[in-house]
Design a protein around this ligand. Sequence first.
Ligand SMILES: [Zn+2]
Length: 277
Amino acid sequence: MIKTNLKKLTAVLGLLSCTIISVETLAATELTKNLKQGALIVGKTTPNSKVKLNNKLLTVSPSGDFVFGFGRDENKTHTLTIIEPNGNVETKTLMPQKREYNIQRINGIKKSIMKPNPKAVSRSKKDNAQIKEARKTFNPFTHFANGFIPPIDGVITGVYGSQRVFNGVKKRPHFGLDYAGKVGDPVKSPAAGKVLLFVSDMFYSGGTMIIDHGHGVTSTFLHLSKSHVQQGDSVEQGQLVAEVGASGRATGPHLDWRINWFDVRLDPAYVLNLKPL
Ligand SMILES: [Zn+2]
């Protein structure tokens, strides 16, 4: 009697493990879990697959890694299509999860403060063009897939997505994660990468550095007082790259850290929680 049951049990267990294996084989593509607005989404699939986000072809690394992101206000359904080398087609429908951002309404601001200064406008246009160009860079390395660490040990004083409304006029949302710090505090690279840009004196952002983590994923640091690396340098995760400052139009010393996927602005707080696949 016991023998028969054991036999049955072994048979059932055997069947179960077979089922689990076949499920794993079918689900060839994995994605990181967070699909909220502002999230960087890392995927892993069978090497040599083709991956399309809507109609845009994403680059898949030789080990099957790929990446994309959802902007602050992204609200359209996205279709991810994976064509495996054997011809199998896998489709995933992704809906960015809506977030509530902190909106601060301030009224009664003087007109002179509301009006931008023409010199500032022309200089910041030049700065923005330079930043935009750097963020178009594509590098084939996949350091983004190994996770991120905070660039400094400071207290967070400003978050992604928050927005001020002055006299009813919506200002540009804040896209960075602000950390309190003192001038000279070390800034470490949150992931390995390559230095794309360092400009010591941008109009609004002061000392500005961009580090490429691969496939369009970049970190940007603002208001720096000093750089420890040069454009073109390769850096390791945790390597000292710069020092905190109050340069540009900053209210005081702090580090403003941004994360982008090309021109899509993402939430740095989310990349800190990414678990490598
Ligand atoms: Zn900031």
